[in-house]
Design a binder for this molecule. Structure first.
Ligand code: MV4
Length: 501
């Protein structure tokens, strides 16, 4: 087994990985930017080394520095987390070349699934359903336009090197096709250094449902059920759950088998995710594969009892899956809410600042994977997601009720967060009935964004605190539970809760 793992990431996912390292008796190493010098993940690690730099580009993406530190501290392996270098085939290659183990799939599998047209081709060859479209990147516009007419409008133009919604264009009719392809190619070239684009039929109002897979690297691949990820905003997931309220056993089985075939097709090793779209006729289509641990992995952990980071580590070490006997049994229901440092009442504008007071939620069925603490400074340099709340219940209703209670219980001040918005999502009838698509937030915006009296009052209160802090350069004294400050927050959540019933 590994003796020491370097975590090439920051925030909540770095803490998450370090926790499993500690449980496994493995030393953990943090690397950090100037901004993150005092971040909780730095203190969670057994050792921590500065990368220098402020932006991601100057710090967490500097792989030569990271490899130097790995060599200097005697690490055996590198865990990339998600984002940053996690799906960079060249980095994975460089890690292995320098003599460390990359905790993830092979560079070949990352590269293959990173090319969306190559991935589609492979899926078609292995009878994994894909959305009707071109098998190759568009060569000449006239041919592509013919294909688009055959598929039938509306169609989507996607970048072959893209993913996650970057560089997509919707085309409603033939006359718009040429300009859209040219525009998409220009954007793709600027964003990914690769102008290749391809065409897919546009699936209207789909659900986004993904399957967690695990391959032991010794010929065995299993799936760990699905995650419902349809509730998202601008391609950022907001709420995820497992299982999906949409699937029945037959559909789950068919999609699960397709997911396993997909992973086997690319010679996968470790934990990965197969994303599907499901249309209103309950037909499913392969969308893309994510060759990393995902933000929303905890909901799968809650319903399977597994530790996916532990599985990643034992597989990477060549020991296969660690808890084979317990795998593939599912128990209960889990929901995850992502907490962002954003102001939902001002179009989700970023809300940097110092967390003046923080008392997180806990109690029955609640898990929090957080990257911050009271006193933490939230900068504009990295992802605004500061924490994830996960609720487990023996059924969906109990999980949602627990989540609602936890969101109400959560006390944070000094920055805006998406908590008031999440309370409205949890309280929404369509969500509670499991009847929603990827259009949920657009569709029900009026119910979810209305600034009610209580929210307005708190927003005013927070800006007053911010103002005082700024003006007098004093830090706000952390209120105790009986103080006015904490009381107002609690009050807000109660009012919201009543309203949303
Ligand atoms: C689609 C689609 C409809 N039809 N492809 C967005 C993220 C990227 N992974 C692919 N995406 C989509 N691809 C076809 N052929 C709709 C989306 C999409 C979406 C997918 C999942 C979750 C949220 C979404 C929001 C808008 C569009």
């Amino acid at each position: 087994m590994f003796r020491k793992i370097l975590i090439a990431n920051r925030g909540e996912i770095a803490v998450r990985i370090m926790r499993t390292c500690r449980e496994m008796g493995i030393q953990s190493v943090a690397v950090f930017s100037k901004i993150d010098r005092k971040s909780p993940f730095v203190y969670h690690a057994d050792e921590a080394y500065p990368l220098g730099g402020i932006t991601s580009q100057e710090s967490y993406l500097q792989w030569n520095k990271i490899l130097d530190i790995a060599a200097r501290c005697g690490a055996d392996a590198i865990h990339p987390g998600y984002g940053f270098l996690s799906e960079n085939a060249e980095f994975a290659e460089a890690v292995e070349k320098a003599g460390f183990t990359f905790i993830g799939p092979s560079p070949e599998a990352i590269r293959l699934m990173g090319n969306k047209t190559a991935a589609r081709k492979l899926m078609i060859a292995h009878h994994v359903p894909t959305v009707p479209g071109t098998e190759d990147a568009v060569r000449d516009i006239a041919t592509a336009q013919k294909i688009a007419a055959e598929i039938g409008y509306p169609v989507l133009i996607k970048a072959a090197a893209g993913g996650g919604g970057k560089g997509m264009r919707l085309v409603e009719k033939d006359e718009e096709f040429k300009e859209a392809v040219e525009g998409a190619a220009r954007e793709a070239s600027a964003a990914f250094g690769d102008a290749s684009v391809y065409i897919e039929k546009f699936v209207e109002e789909p659900r986004h449902i993904e399957f967690q897979i695990l391959s032991d690297g010794q010929g065995k691949t299993i799936h760990l059920g699905e995650r419902e990820c349809s509730i998202q905003r601008r391609h950022q997931k907001v709420v995820e759950e497992s299982p999906s309220a949409l699937l029945d056993d037959a559909l789950r089985k068919a999609m699960g088998q397709a997911a396993v075939r997909a992973a086997e097709a690319c010679g996968y090793k470790g934990a990965g995710t197969i994303e599907f779209l499901v249309d209103k006729h309950r037909k499913f289509y392969f969308l893309e594969m994510n060759t990393r641990l995902q933000v929303e992995h905890p909901v799968t952990e809650m319903v399977t009892g597994l530790d996916l980071v532990e599985e990643q580590i034992t597989i990477a070490a060549g020991h296969g899956m660690s808890r084979q006997k317990n795998i593939s049994k599912f128990w209960g229901h889990a929901v995850e809410c992502r907490l962002y440092a954003e102001n939902p009442d001002n179009n989700f504008s970023p809300s940097p600042g110092t967390i003046a007071f923080l008392k997180a939620a806990d109690g029955p069925g609640i898990r929090e994977d957080s990257g911050v603490t009271q006193g933490s400074e939230i900068s504009l340099y990295y992802d605004p997601m500061i924490s994830k709340l996960i609720a487990w219940g023996s059924d969906r209703q109990q999980a949602i009720r627990r989540m609602m209670r936890a969101l109400q219980e959560y006390e944070i001040s000094g920055i805006h967060t998406t908590i008031p918005f999440l309370i409205k999502v949890m309280g929404h009838q369509a969500f509670q009935q499991g009847r929603f698509t990827t259009k949920f937030i657009e569709e029900y915006g009026d119910d979810l964004f209305t600034v009610d009296e209580a929210t307005a009052e708190t927003a005013a209160f927070i800006s007053a605190v911010d103002f005082l802090e700024e003006k007098k350069r004093i830090s706000v004294k952390a209120p105790d539970n009986g103080s006015d400050t904490a009381f107002k927050w609690k009050n807000l959540h109660r009012k919201n809760a009543l309203r949303s019933r």
